[in-house]
Design a binder for this molecule. Sequence first.
Ligand code: ADP
Ligand code: ADP
Ligand code: ZN
Length: 217
Amino acid sequence: MIIILLGPPGAGKGTQAQKIQNSHGLVQLSTGDMLRAAVAAGTEVGKKAKDFMEAGKLVTDEIVVGIIADRIEEDDCKQGFLLDGFPRTVAQAEALDKMLDQKALILGAVVEMKVDDEALVDRITGRYTCADCNQGYHEVNLKPKVDGVCDNCGSTNFNRRADDNRKTVSSRLETYHAQTAPLLPYYEAKGVLKTVDGMADIDDVSAQIKDVLSALA
Ligand code: ADP
Ligand code: ADP
Ligand code: ZN
């Protein structure tokens, strides 16, 4: 099964992808996580991506398409994968269509997570993750069970993203509306678009996505 999670920054794509990865055995492929790892490691890709990411702009299609093309060749993608944060432009969607065609793979569904812009600012400015296992949290909406200790791995180290600040958020939202929202009619026309209410509680959103996935199976 191949699924795309589509939605603005802070919609809950990563949160839901982590849950689906555990429940459905689909690997989460997050271009944002891969790019942040490349920046941290100081690779060529990382050097090219850093300034775009810090400005809340998109990294070039060439870079992200290359990253995904390589990644889906790996063994763990054979059972299916869940794309989180890719594609983000029509050109990326077209490149993905080509990759899937060449491998005779079929896109199961594009799950649109619909969230109001006002809610996104609070989600993004309150977001943090475990520095060791990347489990996502939120200052108000999703705290660890024991204060300051990761539920998943017990770590006491947490990170905040350099781009999760008020200033960058507005340019990320503008980028979403200008460059990524055109994917909605693109996938609607292919008959694969499924919309869920991303304003609901985390568990409620998971239940809605589960319904979409079970209708495909
Ligand atoms: P969010 O979870 O807030 O939607 P991501 O972690 O997916 O953000 O992405 C962080 C940044 O990485 C983006 O603002 C952009 O600069 C870059 N990025 C991630 N995925 C893509 C992509 N598919 N195309 C271009 N740039 C991307
Ligand atoms: P994305 O990957 O789409 O950028 P995240 O999954 O990282 O978004 O979620 C952004 C922040 O909002 C995180 O801190 C997360 O804990 C929180 N969050 C995710 N889904 C919800 C929800 N349905 N209701 C409230 N907060 C949420
Ligand atoms: Zn952890």
